[in-house]
Design a protein around this ligand. Structure first.
Ligand code: CP
Length: 316
């Protein structure tokens, strides 16, 4: 498909949101619409040249106040594939280190007049606060334990491409659900798309009183088409856990034995970073017949290109 074809088809679609702060604000049609557009970018990304000039002359600021490999680099890659210029900023080397507040940082960045603003922060609500100050579209690249909406979109795209649908799938999300913004955005998205979700983990890592949550890994993986494994978010723990890492791996670490409790051809997703031997065994994480991890990373670029495309349409 030619670049011009991608652009011609996709500009017929409409998208009424200025920002992309969370899955909560989207309905099923809007989610499908983003996934459909991302599919077109998967095609673009698999041929040469991979770039187009859709966002030529646009500047994206990528503010990452928490560490990141996949999200930061794939936003940068996505913007560059669309022809935009990218300014990366982290805490290190910035005036935040001298005590400048988040709000003053935002006001300064807004005065630079970027065309799109991507933000990751350990603070819940940082993306929403950014949207109140920034005059350009804001994308949430993960805010504390709240949401990581583009991760949920790329997970959905990975699952939809593998199974050909989302509706009716059984997905088990295992691990640290309570601190996991990936879990939160995925639950919101997958439920809107008709997926049956089971949340699996030790009680202290599960939200209380959820009908679809279980501490029993075998029960949680029963009939699962896919298992999404999440690491324990050590950096967000308020107090130490009541179990050792060995005990956790014994009960909840995904091994071939435990994966056999799911459907025969069940696949495995992990948002990364993967800690082999902590929440997943290397024999699963590195098995290309079972693991969709590298596909998730590839889909991350396409989904982020779709988001950048949609949110800048009002200017093009
Ligand atoms: N999935 C994810 O958010 O990974 P990074 O922290 O490396 O961006």
């Amino acid at each position: 498909m030619q670049n011009s074809t991608i652009n011609k088809v996709s500009t017929k679609m409409s998208f009424s949101h200025r920002d992309f702060l969370g899955i909560e604000a989207l309905n099923a049609d809007e989610i499908s619409f983003i996934l459909d557009l991302a599919e077109r970018y998967v095609v673009q990304n698999r041929r040469r040249p991979q770039t187009n000039s859709l966002l030529k002359g646009f500047v994206m600021i990528n503010l990452f106040l928490e560490n990141s490999t996949r999200t930061r680099l794939s936003f940068e890659m996505a913007a560059k594939r669309l022809g935009a210029d990218v300014i990366n900023m982290t805490t290190e080397g910035s005036s935040i280190k001298k005590g400048e507040s988040f709000i003053d940082t935002l006001k300064t960045l807004n005065s630079l007049c970027p065309d799109i603003f991507v933000v990751r922060s350990k603070e819940e609500g940082a993306a929403r606060a950014s949207a109140e100050i920034m005059e350009c579209p804001v994308i949430n690249a993960g805010d504390g334990t709240n949401e990581h909406p583009t991760q949920a979109m790329l997970d959905a795209l990975t699952l939809r491409r593998h199974f050909g649908r989302l509706d009716g799938l059984n997905i088990a999300i295992c691990g640290d659900i309570i601190h996991g913004r990936v879990a939160h955005s995925n639950v919101l998205l997958l439920e809107k798309m008709g997926v049956h979700i089971k949340l699996v983990g030790p009680s202290e890592l599960l939200p209380p009183n959820l009908e679809n949550a279980t501490t029993d890994m075998q029960e949680g993986l029963k009939d699962a088409d896919a298992v999404m494994v999440l690491r324990i978010q050590e950096e967000r723990l308020q107090k130490s856990l009541s179990f050792t890492s060995d005990e956790y791996f014994k009960s909840y670490g995904l091994t071939e034995e435990k994966l056999a409790w799911a459907k025969k051809d069940a696949v495995v997703l992990h948002p990364g970073p993967i800690l082999r031997g902590a929440e997943i065994d290397a024999t699963i994480a590195d098995n290309p017949k079972r693991s969709l991890v590298t596909t998730q990373v590839e889909m991350g670029i396409a989904v982020r290109m779709a988001c950048l495309d949609l949110l800048t349409r009002y200017k093009r």
